[in-house]
Design a protein around this ligand. Structure first.
Ligand SMILES: Cc1cc2nc3c(=O)[nH]c(=O)nc-3n(C[C@H](O)[C@H](O)[C@H](O)COP(=O)(O)OP(=O)(O)OC[C@H]3O[C@@H](n4cnc5c(N)ncnc54)[C@H](O)[C@@H]3O)c2cc1C
Length: 562
């Protein structure tokens, strides 16, 4: 049966994947009156966060690195108990409630794996999928690919790996601490999953060794007793990135002008920073009655700084690991750090620094690679306009969720992509010309290389969370502006700028706005920064604005409202 209706506004759209991105896409399509059909190869919800004893990629105790407040969709806030870091199963239950509330389940075909999609020459897409009844073909006006960034484990080629006599596994195969109890374990890599796995393994294994090729930017999951990502506020991102977040030498001239023009205020800024560091960062390390604890705190800080130095940039210039428990494990001697693996010879692993180890288990926490085996490679690998549309293919194919914020969470970004995709399908929004899309891709690419210089050439999906959200929201028409904010109370405005950067702000205006819900969510948010920090950030924002007005676009702040 063919359902291709080129040009019609109400479209039949295939959605591949029922992870957070797929669910947000099904909902956005329904809101616009389309007919979504979602194909999910697994038998249940949750995407990456679905735990299975023998499948999936997360381990039993996995906790999200982004807070509930930042991970929540714009019109489905988390409950107070889930505002901080949810366990994976709690997030899956949040997704379940999302489906129930918006009646999404009946649009999802579980156990249906999409094997191929191809253009049908009439502007639509032919899709081949396999389910329990066999192989089928179907035809759609548009397709949204939501098959995820973290589905295919990346296994590096290690010389001699095939000779290893112990157990060699990827981090995605680690399930429970019982697997490593009493064993000698070598873990490779300390990205986000790796860091959490190291911390857990170090508590249960007989010996834990961490092999790192380079340094890593590590921040603690929590700061001031709250999730650290609460500090991703608009005011923090209100100044230009080069004022204090990044250190790219190409910005030295701007930094020098800034310092020279505002010298007295820059001195106040420095003093406030010192006060902030001493009172909020250093003193808490000393708050313990046990000397051992104080020593461990200080050693954790020393190693964290050393790892950052070796990483080649500031925390804001790369994808940071948002948990320092593994650093603490090194600090207290529960884990030992070693260099990169040179080769494996039978039971022995030889490292580049000349040392060697005979581990029982090697766990490769080496990340994931993005694959879309159902799509031709030239389309799958091509750069996309705002990570969503391929300029050569156009509006009928959307890529949702293939982006990773350095700080922040993927689901709300995917939700913005989904809302935009749905509006484009309805003809409510139009894509710019192919040339304009390509220009935008080039601009974001050079911005990215400039900002994230510590990971240049790697992590193609990395985006600067807050400006990227605003850029997507501008396409939708849901980016709030001064006009709306002026009518709000001081308490609301304070939270809008100084509270966590939540997705609810994109329901204040524009298509499918839910103003009273959004106002309610924002009004209840905690202020993200302690007062000295807040004053400091306000000063920076003010100075950055003055320079922007006086000296033009080159000095524009990271975030601006119209
Ligand atoms: C251990 C771990 C912890 C993480 N923690 C966080 C965090 O704290 N915050 C955060 O924002 N992100 C986190 N991430 C990233 C996480 O991948 C994303 O946030 C989230 O999963 C994105 O959702 P998604 O729907 O795009 O992709 P996924 O969750 O990967 O969902 C994709 C879905 O598509 C299905 N699928 C794939 N191919 C096909 C096919 N051919 N046919 C049918 N179905 C298909 C898959 O079965 C899957 O259900 C973490 C990742 C890992 C691995």
């Amino acid at each position: 049966m063919t359902f291709c209706h080129p040009g019609v506004v109400k479209k039949r759209v295939a959605v591949i994947g029922a992870g957070p991105s797929g669910l947000a896409t099904v909902k956005a399509l329904l809101e616009e009156g389309h007919i979504p059909v979602c194909f999910e190869k697994a038998e249940s919800l949750g995407g990456v966060f679905r735990f299975g004893e023998s499948d999936g990629v997360v381990w039993y105790s996995c906790r999200l690195t982004s807070s509930g407040l930042l991970t929540a969709f714009s019109d489905f806030p988390v409950t107070a108990e889930r505002a901080e870091h949810m366990r994976a199963h709690e997030y899956v239950s949040y997704l379940s409630s999302y489906c129930e509330t918006f009646d999404l389940l009946r649009h999802i075909r579980f156990g249906a794996r999409v094997d191929a999609i191809s253009s049908d020459q009439k502007g639509g897409w032919r899709l081949r999928f396999v389910d329990a009844h066999g192989e089928h073909d179907d035809c759609f006006d548009s397709v949204a690919i939501c098959s995820g960034l973290h589905q295919y484990p990346y296994v590096p080629s290690l010389a001699g790996a095939e000779t290893f006599t112990g157990t060699l596994m990827h981090g995605s195969q680690y399930r429970r601490s019982e697997q490593v109890a009493g064993k000698k374990v070598l873990i490779v890599g300390a990205g986000e999953s790796g860091a959490d796995i190291v911390a857990e393994v170090a508590e249960h294994a007989g010996e834990t060794v961490l092999s790192l090729r380079r340094g890593v930017a590590v921040v603690s999951r929590r700061s001031f007793g709250r999730p650290r990502d609460y500090q991703t506020s608009r005011i923090l991102n209100g100044a230009a990135h080069w004022v204090f977040q990044t250190r790219n030498p190409e910005d030295d001239r701007k930094r020098n002008i800034y310092r020279a023009v505002f010298l007295p205020l820059v001195i106040v800024d420095k003093c406030l920073q010192i006060l902030y560091r001493v009172v909020w960062e250093t003193l808490p390390l000393l708050f313990s009655t046990r000397l051992e604890e104080i020593k461990a705190n200080l050693e954790t800080r020393r190693i964290t700084k050393q790892l950052l130095r070796e990483s080649g940039g500031t925390v804001a210039e790369q994808f940071g690991t948002k948990d320092d428990d593994f650093v603490r494990a090194i600090a207290v001697g529960k884990c030992r750090r070693t260099g990169a693996i040179a080769r494996i010879e039978g039971g022995r692993v030889l490292f580049e620094d000349g040392s060697q180890l005979e581990p029982d288990i090697i766990i490769l926490c080496t990340g994931f690679e993005t694959r879309m085996p159902f799509l031709s490679e030239d389309i799958a690998a091509a750069p996309r306009f705002l990570h969503t549309f391929n300029p050569d293919v156009g509006a009928s194919l959307g890529f949702i969720g293939f982006l990773r914020p350095a700080f922040g969470a993927i689901p709300p970004l995917a939700e913005l992509q989904a809302r935009w995709f749905a509006l484009v399908q309805s003809g409510q929004r139009e894509l710019p010309s192919r040339e304009a899309m390509q220009q935008s891709i080039a601009n974001w690419r050079s911005y990215r290389a400039h900002i994230f210089r510590a990971v240049r050439g790697r992590l193609d999906h990395l985006v600067d969370h807050t400006p990227f959200c605003d850029a997507l929201a501008a396409q939708i028409g849901c980016k709030p502006g001064w006009r709306e904010l002026r009518r709000e109370s001081f308490a609301f405005r304070l939270r809008f700028f100084a509270a966590p950067f939540v997705a609810a702000q994109y329901r204040l205006v524009g298509p499918h706005a839910k103003k009273s819900l959004a106002r309610d969510v924002i009004t209840k948010l905690p202020i993200a920064h302690p007062w000295p920090d807040l004053i400091n950030l306000y000063l920076r924002w003010l100075m950055s604005r003055v320079l922007h007005r006086a000296l033009g676009e080159d000095f524009s702040p990271k975030l601006a409202l119209d």
